[in-house]
Design a protein around this ligand. Structure first.
Ligand code: PMP
Length: 384
């Protein structure tokens, strides 16, 4: 059975060119902190990767980039490091209501320890409510975190407009760009972003690496002290293989993103127009201002986990917003934030396209979706 992988937002397979490039650093590599030549080779390879990441997001220089182990770790270092370092200027933290749990949970952790944390609501498409952001931001707001685009519903946020508002009164803007990096261009200088998270495995790089951009002048302190690697902000021996691969993946993405995104957008639009024809099928997220590889839906009367398992029987891997990260049956906080009722939020299906997907796969995906929805509705106790 042909496998059709449609879950690139949770992880994208490593690009064969990236694997070839970084393979030498998997088995035979010194510690980048060691001064002998063997160690310095590894250090140089990391510095080359750092340059590629800086170029990828148009950062001021490679000195603004630190490598971490994942997007989750980058988010934690950004949020906790900035909150702790800037405590004298205020204790207020904001985020959009639809952030990934790796942003929400560090914020909640700080809240338990005396910081004030509030979320900014979004509209029915998942776009941050600018008026409420304007009202909530105050001189003691030291950090606001808004994602570049949402991984569950694909909506792209107006980051430039948000950064202008934040910088009028508040201090720093952190942007989680994990879902959008490599899909749409990011320019940290033009968009006036203070801290930005990206991850390797969402870019066709190896798992086990992330990066955090920190604008020159941003005050941040270490939250995991140790040997002092990565400007003291992420101590611990570097994962050279994954970092080298991440740099190469970013270089390839920068070069190929425009054409690849155009190609994926055609497949996405075809999927959306066909799946939309299913009775009581609704698109989630913004109809036009959404990631080019992202198609997300909800279906009445059925449940996301059953959709996922049924689609898997056709060899098609999708995601569902309902229980993917939390391993609970609680509906996704993202779908609740866009105004869906609990029962509506349960029937969600998320398809994220990538390198291996082709327009010719659309009929098979649509047929599997139609049959899955029909079968599950026949069994559904929610239909009288
Ligand atoms: N942020 C976003 C927007 C994500 O989609 C994800 C998951 N791919 C993460 C953060 C966390 O990534 P990881 O589990 O690789 O740390």
């Amino acid at each position: 059975m042909e496998r059709i992988y449609l879950d690139h937002a949770s992880s994208s397979p490593i690009d064969s060119r990236v694997l070839e490039y970084s393979k030498p650093y998997l088995a035979d590599v010194g510690n980048p902190s060691s001064l002998y030549e063997f160690g310095q080779d590894a250090k140089n390879a990391i510095e080359t990767a750092r340059k590629k990441i800086a170029e990828f997001i148009n950062a001021e220089s490679e000195k603004t980039i630190i490598f971490t182990g994942s997007a989750t770790e980058s988010n934690n270092i950004a949020i906790r490091g900035v909150a702790q370092r800037n405590i004298k200027d205020g204790k207020k933290l904001l985020s959009s209501a639809i952030e990934h749990i790796s942003v929400i949970n560090p914020m909640k952790h700080l809240q338990k320890n005396g910081w004030i944390f509030e979320t900014i609501p979004v509209d029915k498409y998942g776009v941050v409510n600018i008026d409420i952001l304007n009202k909530k931001i105050s001189n003691d707001t030291i950090l606001t975190s808004v994602m570049y685009a949402n991984n569950e519903i694909g909506t792209i946020e107006p980051i430039k407009q948000i950064s202008e508002i934040i910088h009028k009164k508040g201090k720093y803007l952190h942007v989680d760009a994990t879902a959008s990096a490599g899909k749409i261009p990011i320019d940290v200088q033009a968009e006036e972003i203070d801290l930005l998270t990206i991850s390797s495995n969402d870019l066709y790089g190896p798992k086990g690496a992330g990066a955090l951009y920190i604008k020159p002048g941003v005050k941040i302190q270490s939250v995991n002290p140790g040997g002092g690697q990565e400007r003291g902000l992420r101590s611990g021996t570097e994962n050279v293989f994954s970092i080298v691969g991440m740099g190469e993946a970013a270089k390839i993405a920068k070069k190929e993103m425009k054409n690849e995104s155009k190609r994926l957008q055609r497949i996405r639009d075809s999927l959306i127009s066909e799946i939309y024809k299913i009775d009581e099928a609704y698109l989630t997220g913004h109809p036009t201002n959404r990631l080019p590889h992202h198609a997300s839906f909800r279906f009445s009367h059925i449940e996301g986990e059953s959709i996922l398992l049924n689609m898997d029987m056709y060899g098609i891997q999708i995601a569902t917003g309902s229980a993917c990260s939390s391993k609970t049956l609680e509906p996704s906080h993202v779908l609740l934030a866009i105004g869906l009722k609990h029962e509506e939020a349960h029937g969600s299906m998320v398809m994220t396209l990538g390198h291996t997907n082709k327009l010719s796969q659309v009929p098979k995906i649509v047929k599997a979706t139609k049959e899955t929805v029909k079968r599950l509705r026949q069994l559904s106790p929610l239909i009288k």
